[in-house]
Design a binder for this molecule. Sequence first.
Ligand code: ZN
Length: 239
Amino acid sequence: MGITFVTPGKFQKQIEFLHKQKYKFVTLTELIQNYYNDPSAIAITFDDGYKNIFKFGFPILQKYNIPATVFVISSSISNKNNWDANLGWIQYDHLSPSEISKLIKAGWEIGSHSVNHKSLIGMKLDQIYYELNESKTILENQFKTSVNYFASPFGRTNYQVLEMAKKVGYKGICGFFPFKYIKQKPPREIIPRLAVYYTDSLPSIARKLSHEKSLKIEILKQNVINFCANATLVVDTLR
Ligand SMILES: [Zn+2]
Protein backbone atom coordinates (compact mmCIF):
# COMPACT_ATOMS: atom_id res chain seq x y z
CA MET A 1 0.00 0.00 0.00
CA GLY A 2 2.55 2.59 1.12
CA ILE A 3 2.44 5.71 -1.01
CA THR A 4 0.12 4.44 -3.72
CA PHE A 5 -2.74 6.70 -2.86
CA VAL A 6 -3.88 10.28 -3.03
CA THR A 7 -6.14 12.22 -0.70
CA PRO A 8 -9.32 13.85 -2.05
CA GLY A 9 -7.88 17.32 -1.51
CA LYS A 10 -4.72 16.48 -3.38
CA PHE A 11 -6.65 14.72 -6.11
CA GLN A 12 -8.81 17.81 -6.61
CA LYS A 13 -5.69 19.96 -6.98
CA GLN A 14 -4.06 17.48 -9.38
CA ILE A 15 -7.12 17.27 -11.61
CA GLU A 16 -7.57 21.02 -11.58
CA PHE A 17 -3.91 21.36 -12.52
CA LEU A 18 -4.15 18.84 -15.36
CA HIS A 19 -7.39 20.43 -16.54
CA LYS A 20 -5.65 23.80 -16.81
CA GLN A 21 -2.95 22.23 -19.00
CA LYS A 22 -5.62 21.74 -21.66
CA TYR A 23 -5.23 18.00 -21.93
CA LYS A 24 -7.90 16.06 -23.74
CA PHE A 25 -9.16 13.50 -21.23
CA VAL A 26 -10.30 10.21 -22.72
CA THR A 27 -10.88 6.62 -21.72
CA LEU A 28 -8.10 4.11 -22.17
CA THR A 29 -9.74 2.55 -25.24
CA GLU A 30 -10.14 5.97 -26.86
CA LEU A 31 -6.58 6.87 -26.04
CA ILE A 32 -5.14 3.78 -27.64
CA GLN A 33 -7.53 3.79 -30.58
CA ASN A 34 -7.65 7.45 -31.47
CA TYR A 35 -4.87 9.28 -29.68
CA TYR A 36 -1.95 6.91 -29.79
CA ASN A 37 1.23 9.00 -29.47
CA ASP A 38 -0.79 12.19 -29.13
CA PRO A 39 0.83 14.07 -26.23
CA SER A 40 -2.25 16.22 -25.66
CA ALA A 41 -4.47 13.29 -24.72
CA ILE A 42 -4.51 11.65 -21.33
CA ALA A 43 -6.28 8.68 -19.75
CA ILE A 44 -6.83 8.47 -16.02
CA THR A 45 -7.09 4.99 -14.54
CA PHE A 46 -7.85 3.50 -11.14
CA ASP A 47 -7.11 -0.02 -10.01
CA ASP A 48 -9.09 -2.27 -7.67
CA GLY A 49 -12.47 -0.53 -7.90
CA TYR A 50 -12.73 0.85 -4.40
CA LYS A 51 -15.88 2.65 -3.36
CA ASN A 52 -13.93 5.78 -2.61
CA ILE A 53 -13.41 6.26 -6.34
CA PHE A 54 -17.15 6.80 -6.56
CA LYS A 55 -17.42 8.71 -3.33
CA PHE A 56 -14.51 11.10 -3.81
CA GLY A 57 -12.94 10.75 -7.24
CA PHE A 58 -16.08 10.70 -9.38
CA PRO A 59 -17.57 14.02 -8.16
CA ILE A 60 -14.25 15.79 -8.70
CA LEU A 61 -13.85 14.40 -12.21
CA GLN A 62 -17.52 15.18 -12.98
CA LYS A 63 -16.87 18.86 -12.30
CA TYR A 64 -14.53 18.93 -15.26
CA ASN A 65 -16.44 16.39 -17.32
CA ILE A 66 -13.47 14.03 -17.25
CA PRO A 67 -14.03 10.30 -17.86
CA ALA A 68 -11.76 7.68 -16.34
CA THR A 69 -11.12 3.98 -16.58
CA VAL A 70 -11.51 1.74 -13.55
CA PHE A 71 -10.16 -1.78 -13.31
CA VAL A 72 -12.59 -3.92 -11.38
CA ILE A 73 -11.90 -7.21 -9.58
CA SER A 74 -14.85 -9.30 -10.67
CA SER A 75 -15.16 -11.36 -7.47
CA SER A 76 -15.17 -8.38 -5.20
CA ILE A 77 -17.95 -6.18 -6.45
CA SER A 78 -19.65 -5.10 -3.22
CA ASN A 79 -17.41 -7.28 -1.10
CA LYS A 80 -14.69 -6.38 1.31
CA ASN A 81 -11.37 -7.17 -0.24
CA ASN A 82 -9.51 -10.03 1.27
CA TRP A 83 -5.93 -9.70 0.09
CA ASP A 84 -5.30 -6.58 2.12
CA ALA A 85 -7.23 -8.02 5.02
CA ASN A 86 -4.77 -10.88 4.99
CA LEU A 87 -2.03 -8.36 5.54
CA GLY A 88 -3.87 -6.95 8.49
CA TRP A 89 -4.75 -3.80 6.61
CA ILE A 90 -8.00 -1.92 6.99
CA GLN A 91 -10.77 -3.36 4.84
CA TYR A 92 -12.08 -1.21 2.05
CA ASP A 93 -15.44 -1.40 0.41
CA HIS A 94 -15.58 -1.95 -3.30
CA LEU A 95 -17.83 -0.32 -5.82
CA SER A 96 -21.35 -1.72 -5.94
CA PRO A 97 -22.85 -2.80 -9.26
CA SER A 98 -25.12 0.27 -9.32
CA GLU A 99 -22.15 2.58 -8.74
CA ILE A 100 -20.27 0.92 -11.58
CA SER A 101 -23.32 1.36 -13.82
CA LYS A 102 -23.46 5.05 -12.93
CA LEU A 103 -19.80 5.48 -13.83
CA ILE A 104 -20.35 3.77 -17.18
CA LYS A 105 -23.36 6.01 -17.82
CA ALA A 106 -21.15 9.02 -17.16
CA GLY A 107 -18.76 7.88 -19.89
CA TRP A 108 -16.31 5.86 -17.82
CA GLU A 109 -14.75 2.67 -19.06
CA ILE A 110 -14.35 -0.47 -17.01
CA GLY A 111 -11.53 -2.91 -17.40
CA SER A 112 -10.74 -6.15 -15.65
CA HIS A 113 -8.40 -6.48 -12.71
CA SER A 114 -8.83 -10.28 -12.63
CA VAL A 115 -11.22 -12.47 -10.62
CA ASN A 116 -9.21 -12.90 -7.44
CA HIS A 117 -6.44 -10.31 -7.51
CA LYS A 118 -3.63 -12.81 -7.33
CA SER A 119 -0.36 -12.49 -9.18
CA LEU A 120 -0.66 -14.29 -12.51
CA ILE A 121 3.07 -14.92 -12.72
CA GLY A 122 3.78 -18.56 -11.98
CA MET A 123 0.15 -19.61 -12.25
CA LYS A 124 -0.83 -22.62 -14.33
CA LEU A 125 -2.15 -21.80 -17.78
CA ASP A 126 -5.70 -22.84 -16.99
CA GLN A 127 -5.73 -20.58 -13.93
CA ILE A 128 -4.40 -17.65 -15.95
CA TYR A 129 -7.12 -18.35 -18.49
CA TYR A 130 -9.73 -18.35 -15.72
CA GLU A 131 -8.58 -15.06 -14.19
CA LEU A 132 -8.52 -13.36 -17.57
CA ASN A 133 -11.57 -14.87 -19.22
CA GLU A 134 -13.97 -15.26 -16.30
CA SER A 135 -13.53 -11.68 -15.10
CA LYS A 136 -14.05 -10.32 -18.61
CA THR A 137 -17.18 -12.43 -19.13
CA ILE A 138 -18.69 -11.56 -15.75
CA LEU A 139 -18.11 -7.83 -16.15
CA GLU A 140 -19.31 -7.73 -19.75
CA ASN A 141 -22.47 -9.68 -18.99
CA GLN A 142 -23.31 -7.76 -15.85
CA PHE A 143 -22.67 -4.28 -17.21
CA LYS A 144 -23.43 -4.77 -20.90
CA THR A 145 -20.23 -3.09 -21.93
CA SER A 146 -17.08 -4.33 -23.59
CA VAL A 147 -14.09 -4.93 -21.39
CA ASN A 148 -11.08 -4.23 -23.60
CA TYR A 149 -8.20 -3.94 -21.16
CA PHE A 150 -6.80 -5.90 -18.28
CA ALA A 151 -4.72 -4.47 -15.46
CA SER A 152 -2.44 -7.14 -14.06
CA PRO A 153 -2.66 -7.60 -10.29
CA PHE A 154 0.42 -5.95 -8.77
CA GLY A 155 1.34 -4.90 -12.30
CA ARG A 156 3.01 -8.27 -12.87
CA THR A 157 2.80 -9.55 -16.40
CA ASN A 158 4.78 -11.41 -19.06
CA TYR A 159 4.48 -12.82 -22.57
CA GLN A 160 2.47 -15.82 -21.40
CA VAL A 161 -0.14 -13.62 -19.76
CA LEU A 162 -0.19 -11.28 -22.74
CA GLU A 163 -0.71 -14.11 -25.23
CA MET A 164 -3.55 -15.55 -23.16
CA ALA A 165 -5.11 -12.10 -22.75
CA LYS A 166 -5.10 -11.58 -26.49
CA LYS A 167 -6.58 -15.02 -26.99
CA VAL A 168 -9.58 -14.25 -24.76
CA GLY A 169 -10.16 -10.94 -26.52
CA TYR A 170 -8.35 -8.20 -24.61
CA LYS A 171 -6.78 -5.41 -26.63
CA GLY A 172 -4.00 -4.92 -24.13
CA ILE A 173 -2.66 -5.18 -20.59
CA CYS A 174 -1.63 -2.51 -18.14
CA GLY A 175 1.38 -3.77 -16.31
CA PHE A 176 5.11 -3.73 -15.89
CA PHE A 177 6.97 -5.75 -18.42
CA PRO A 178 9.82 -7.79 -16.94
CA PHE A 179 13.19 -6.11 -17.23
CA LYS A 180 14.72 -9.20 -18.78
CA TYR A 181 12.80 -8.37 -21.96
CA ILE A 182 13.71 -4.72 -21.95
CA LYS A 183 16.31 -5.05 -24.71
CA GLN A 184 13.57 -5.94 -27.08
CA LYS A 185 10.92 -3.26 -27.18
CA PRO A 186 7.92 -4.43 -25.15
CA PRO A 187 4.93 -5.35 -27.29
CA ARG A 188 2.51 -2.57 -28.17
CA GLU A 189 -0.26 -4.29 -26.23
CA ILE A 190 1.57 -3.72 -22.95
CA ILE A 191 0.41 -0.34 -21.74
CA PRO A 192 2.71 1.42 -19.33
CA ARG A 193 1.21 3.80 -16.82
CA LEU A 194 2.58 6.69 -14.88
CA ALA A 195 1.70 6.15 -11.24
CA VAL A 196 0.66 9.08 -9.11
CA TYR A 197 1.86 8.66 -5.54
CA TYR A 198 1.05 10.41 -2.33
CA THR A 199 4.47 12.03 -2.47
CA ASP A 200 3.90 13.51 -5.94
CA SER A 201 3.75 17.26 -6.29
CA LEU A 202 2.08 19.08 -9.17
CA PRO A 203 5.45 19.78 -10.84
CA SER A 204 6.45 16.14 -10.50
CA ILE A 205 3.24 15.04 -12.20
CA ALA A 206 3.86 17.57 -14.96
CA ARG A 207 7.38 16.17 -15.36
CA LYS A 208 6.05 12.64 -15.61
CA LEU A 209 3.79 13.73 -18.45
CA SER A 210 6.39 15.87 -20.15
CA HIS A 211 7.62 14.64 -23.49
CA GLU A 212 10.45 17.14 -23.73
CA LYS A 213 12.34 16.90 -20.46
CA SER A 214 11.81 13.26 -20.63
CA LEU A 215 11.59 11.36 -17.42
CA LYS A 216 9.81 9.04 -19.76
CA ILE A 217 11.61 6.23 -21.41
CA GLU A 218 10.90 5.16 -24.95
CA ILE A 219 8.11 2.79 -24.01
CA LEU A 220 6.16 5.41 -22.10
CA LYS A 221 4.61 7.09 -25.07
CA GLN A 222 1.04 7.19 -23.94
CA ASN A 223 -0.24 9.40 -21.20
CA VAL A 224 -1.91 6.90 -18.96
CA ILE A 225 -1.82 7.93 -15.36
CA ASN A 226 -2.95 5.71 -12.58
CA PHE A 227 -4.38 6.98 -9.33
CA CYS A 228 -4.65 4.60 -6.45
CA ALA A 229 -7.60 5.76 -4.47
CA ASN A 230 -7.23 3.80 -1.25
CA ALA A 231 -6.17 6.73 0.80
CA THR A 232 -9.33 8.66 0.50
CA LEU A 233 -10.73 6.29 3.10
CA VAL A 234 -7.66 6.51 5.27
CA VAL A 235 -8.21 10.23 5.37
CA ASP A 236 -11.83 9.66 6.11
CA THR A 237 -11.10 7.54 9.13
CA LEU A 238 -8.38 9.83 10.43
CA ARG A 239 -10.57 12.89 10.23
ZN1 ZN B 1 -4.75 -4.11 -7.61
